[in-house]
Design a protein around this ligand. Structure first.
Ligand code: SF4
Ligand code: SF4
Length: 247
C-alpha cells in the first residue's frame, strides 16, 4: 500500500488541464482548414482532382469536412496555395451542412439543443456502436477514458448497455451487416436520446463512400444531433465537441 502511495506521489497528476488551459497539438496535426478563396482556379481543380474523398467543391471553393479524411494531399499538391490545415481541433458541427466549409464553422455551443444541455449537461452516458469501422475511430474514442483525458471527470462516460445510455456514438461506415444491430441498439436507448456521428465513415461513408456494402450516411437512418469529423477524429476533437454541445 505504501508503495502505491509513494508511486502516486512521485507520478503526480497525469490528467490534462484542458479545457481550463489551452492545449497545443503537434505541428503536423491537421485540423480546421484555412482556405484561400482567392486561389487560382487551376490549383483548386488540381486539389479536387487528387482528393480521394471528392471533398472539394471547385465552384464554391469549399471542403466537406464530413468527407475529408485529412490526408493532406490537397495541401501538398497546391503547396498550401488553396488550403492549409491549422492545428485547431474544434471542428465538430451540429448540422451536416455546417461541415461544408469555406474556412469557418458556426460556434457549436450556439447550435446545441438547449434541452440536451439541461438533460445531459451534468451526466451523459453513451453507448458506442462500431458499425464496420477500421478500429481507429474506436481506438481514439477509447483513449478518452484514459487518465490523460479522463472523460468521466466531465460526467461523460461509455456504458455497456443501451438501456443505461442517453444516446449512441456511432463509428464506421455502417456495413449492411451492422445496420440492424445499429437500429436495435438505437431503439433500446430510452428517449429522449442523442445520436452522434463520429468520423467521416459514419458521416459520409469515408473511404468506403459509394460501396454497395455500406449505408455510408448515419443521417439517412437516424436523426443525427452532433457530427464529429476526422479519420479518425482526434480525441480532443471529440472532447471539444462533447463539451461544447452538452455543457
Ligand atoms: S485533406 Fe481532405 S480535402 Fe484534402 S485531399 Fe485529403 S481528403 Fe481531400
Ligand atoms: S473514419 Fe477513418 S479511422 Fe474512422 S473508421 Fe472510417 S476509415 Fe477508420
Amino acid at each position: 500500500m505504501l508503495k502505491i502511495i509513494k508511486n502516486k506521489m512521485e507520478q503526480g497528476c497525469k490528467t490534462s488541464t484542458y479545457p481550463k488551459e489551452p492545449i497545443a497539438l503537434y505541428h503536423r496535426y491537421r485540423g480546421m482548414p484555412i482556405i484561400n478563396q482567392d486561389c487560382n482556379n487551376d490549383i483548386v481543380k488540381q486539389c479536387a482532382a487528387i482528393c480521394p474523398q471528392d471533398a472539394i467543391d471547385t465552384a464554391d471553393k469549399t471542403i466537406d469536412l464530413g468527407r475529408c479524411s485529412f490526408c493532406g494531399q490537397c495541401e501538398t499538391i497546391g503547396d498550401g496555395a488553396f488550403v492549409h490545415f491549422s492545428e485547431d481541433f474544434g471542428i465538430g458541427a451540429a448540422t451536416r451542412s455546417d461541415l461544408i466549409t469555406g474556412g469557418t464553422l458556426p460556434a457549436l455551443a450556439d447550435h446545441s439543443k438547449q434541452h440536451f444541455k439541461k438533460l445531459f449537461g451534468r451526466s451523459l452516458q453513451l453507448r458506442q456502436v462500431s458499425a464496420g469501422g477500421c478500429n481507429s475511430c474506436e481506438a481514439d474514442t477509447n483513449v478518452l477514458t484514459t487518465p490523460f483525458f479522463d472523460l468521466a471527470r466531465f460526467g461523460i462516460d461509455f456504458v455497456a448497455s443501451p438501456r443505461h445510455a442517453d444516446g449512441i456514438h456511432v463509428t464506421g461506415p455502417i456495413s449492411k451487416n451492422m445496420r440492424q444491430a445499429l437500429m436495435d441498439t438505437y431503439n433500446a436507448v430510452p428517449s429522449p436520446k442523442v445520436v452522434i456521428a463520429s468520423g467521416c465513415c459514419s458521416i459520409s461513408g469515408g473511404p468506403f463512400h459509394g460501396s454497395d456494402e455500406v449505408v455510408g450516411d448515419l443521417g439517412s437512418l437516424l436523426p443525427v444531433d452532433l457530427y464529429i469529423p476526422g479519420c479518425p477524429p482526434h480525441p480532443l476533437t471529440t472532447l471539444h465537441a462533447l463539451l461544447q454541445y452538452f455543457k
